[in-house]
Write a protein that binds this ligand. Structure first.
Ligand SMILES: *Cc1c(COP(=O)(O)O)cnc(C)c1O
Length: 220
């Protein structure tokens, strides 16, 4: 068995029931992605549209595809052909474009709201205090469904330092759930990467996005 298959099997055995794995595939070859699928990966996360197209042409619909990068408006048309879930909705203009393009194709796109939980100026995402208003404004877009929230959180050497950001994101998740807003069905709390997913799961994550622990260090 390959190293990638070994890694996937070990991670799947370790994840608690109800926690789903997204294999974060940026900079990986379609072959590497196939090995992860062979070992049980059901969801592929892609950051870049062109890489996603290349992988999707080979792999197709045997897995679900999540977009986890920063989506530019001029890439939305291509994105909605591939992705089952956009994890990184972070602005109204983007929401409007997704809604419009999905309307043209008769599709409804599930999205997660990306939250900038660390309030980092260089990062994308909606600020914690703005999330509720943002979600309320999405109710008018009939081709969008909010399925939850996603955060990266600041990068730390010690994942314990990320815990407060995961806690705040989980609080927002639970708050949005309690509001029972139209077009909102809070299914996914997406947080945790290779060095932080255990802490994220302790704080309620049910979708973890893992790259390095599956595929090894990224090339380049
Ligand atoms: C690359 C990436 C990941 C995975 O990162 P690793 O540290 O390699 O596990 C998760 N989420 C997003 C949004 C990413 O871009």
């Amino acid at each position: 068995m390959s190293q990638i298959e070994d890694n996937v099997k070990a991670i799947l055995a370790e994840l608690p029931p109800g926690v789903e794995l997204v294999a974060a595939a940026k900079a990986r070859t379609p072959n590497e992605i196939q090995e992860a699928i062979k070992a049980g990966v059901k969801i592929i996360g892609e950051n870049y549209i062109q890489e996603a197209i290349n992988a999707y042409q080979i792999i197709g619909r045997q897995v679900k595809w999540h977009f986890i990068g920063h989506l530019q408006r001029n890439k939305v048309k291509k994105a909605i052909d591939i992705f089952d879930l956009i994890e990184t909705l972070d602005s109204l203009p983007l929401a409007k474009e997704i809604d419009k393009r999905c309307g043209q194709k008769g599709k409804v796109m599930p999205v997660l709201i990306e939250i900038n939980s660390g309030r980092e100026p260089q990062k994308f995402g909606v600020l914690p205090e703005d999330v509720e208003d943002f979600v309320r404004q999405l109710a008018s877009f009939s081709h969008l469904r909010v399925w939850g929230v996603m955060t990266m959180g600041p990068a730390f050497g010690d994942p314990e330092d990320a815990r407060p950001y995961f806690q705040e994101t989980a609080r927002i998740f639970n708050h949005l759930k309690s509001l029972s807003l139209p077009h909102v069905e809070m299914k996914y709390l997406s947080m945790g990467m290779s060095n932080s997913y255990q802490v994220a799961i302790e704080e309620g994550a049910n979708l973890v996005r893992l790259g390095t622990v599956i595929f090894g260090p990224r090339p380049g």
